[in-house]
Design a protein around this ligand. Sequence first.
Ligand code: MG
Length: 306
Amino acid sequence: MNNTVWIEDVTGRDGLQNEPNPVPTAQKLALIRKIAAAGLTRIQATSFVHPRWVPQLADAEELSRYLFEIPGAQFSALIPNRKGYERAVAAGFRHLEFVIAASDTFNHRNLNRSTKESLSLLGEVTELAVRDGVELRVGFSNAYHCPFEGTISAPALIAVARAAREIHPWPISFGDTDGMAFPWQVREAVTLLQKEVMPNLSQLGLHFHDTYGRGLANVYVALELGVRNFDSTTGGLGGCPYCPGASGNLATEDLVAFLQGMGYETGVDMEKLLDAAELAITFSSRSYQGRLLRAMRPNAACSVAK
Ligand code: MG
């Protein structure tokens, strides 16, 4: 069994988009530099959405001007539509994540269109990406639960994933946007996906939030099924601006420590990662949401002192 796990650190995008106050571009770059220096080789740095929706990431172009000078990492950005695609490619990105909600209600609330309309838009953007040689991951938000519709069944999720796969040949990811997933749901979804849509799980990434403390339990069940790609944020920053109470992505340092202890290779230097986590939490309006920094560095300023 393959022992290497790939982590996509999404602090720059999912972490910072949820902070009430925008972080200055230079400080975002300083944080991303530290995350890359810790050995995270896949970094989702920003998103190209309308600045009115997510003002925290309105500096995507400005950030991109300096981002690609940072050595050692492959950078990605999130896009919701064709305009986002064009902006991201013009800014230099070659790896993008196109977001679709597994729930139709959430798709309407978050993206102002139906899931079906998002799939047809995926078709258009896929054509552009093939033409431009850009890799496009499809990220399904609310893969297991929707704040408006409730639990998303595995067959419902896999039906959307199948539709996307018929359009698009690249990786997909399932996002537990509000942190409500239980391991049994992850097992059902991954098992059904592998059986019916994607025999090779190297093309699947999973994105967990730790809102209810289930992040690592979900990672564990996925590892046992053969999943080797996970998203997380340094310092456990983030949440979801459209999900009330959805605080905290799974912290990269908690994930790395768990993986290392379980015998997986991540290529991450823990001390440098904890340095990055200490910087990350200075940008957060909340107390530290992860575990490891508190355990390993008792003197780190984990509470809000502002
Ligand atoms: Mg998220």
